[in-house]
Ligand binder design. Structure first.
Ligand SMILES: Nc1nc2c(ncn2[C@@H]2O[C@H](COP(=O)(O)OP(=O)(O)OP(=O)(O)O)[C@@H](O)[C@H]2O)c(=O)[nH]1
Length: 187
């Protein structure tokens, strides 16, 4: 059998979009009882996905805003990012766009494994971001997209399966090698 693979995943987004709820629902199969702003929590979960055993380390980060500085530990050694907004909050989608730019810039890459997640899909009456708007941003970023409800445990496991799939696509960092030299022609 193939050896277990380790994946380090960072969950990021604006405050109170449901990062902890999604993470705790996935790891412990329940939603947290009360809202406690996160400073940083790390979780571990073993899952089998497409016949492969994975040990997933999940970093649930503190809520960010447009001005937050991307901490070094969130750009080093991370296999993939779960970028969460709330479908009820247009500003949370704006924060996710800024975060996405900061992550790509800090890594110097145009493509990294990401899943764009529209959480709180259960709040139908309070929706401000359409599913199409989320999907179209993910298409632009060429990454996976899903809507979920951390609270009602809808599509939560899917979020993590999608990021495993994205990581498995194996994006390569741009090469720093100089371009091949032109051959020298003797006349
Ligand atoms: N209706 C609904 N409420 C949710 C959902 N997910 C989270 N919430 C609620 O939103 C609030 C914030 O949830 P958290 O999971 O703590 O959000 P967070 O993004 O981790 O928050 P910070 O740690 O401040 O960044 C809580 O009151 C949750 O119960 C959801 O899918 N649906």
């Amino acid at each position: 059998m193939a050896p277990q693979k380790h994946r380090k995943i960072c969950v990021m987004g604006s405050r109170a979009v449901g990062k902890s709820t999604i993470t705790v629902q996935f790891v412990d199969n329940h939603a947290p009882d009360a809202y406690h702003p996160t400073i940083e929590n790390t979780y571990q979960k073993l899952i089998k996905h497409q016949g492969q055993d994975y040990s997933i380390e999940i970093i649930d980060t503190a809520g960010q805003d447009e001005y937050s500085i991307l901490q070094k530990q969130y750009s080093i050694g991370i296999h993939g990012y779960i970028l969460v907004y709330s479908v009820t909050s247009a500003s949370s989608l704006e924060v996710v766009k800024v975060l996405n730019d900061k992550i790509l810039n800090s890594l110097g890459m145009e493509q990294i494994p990401r899943v764009l997640v529209g959480n709180k899909s259960d709040l139908t009456g309070e929706r401000n971001i359409s599913k199409e708007a989320g999907q179209s941003l993910a298409n632009e970023w060429e990454c996976a997209f899903i809507e979920c409800s951390g609270k009602n445990n809808i599509n939560v496991e899917e979020v993590f399966k999608l990021i495993l799939n994205e990581v498995n696509k194996g994006f390569q960092p741009p090469s720093n090698d100089p371009p091949p030299k032109e051959g020298c022609i003797l006349m």
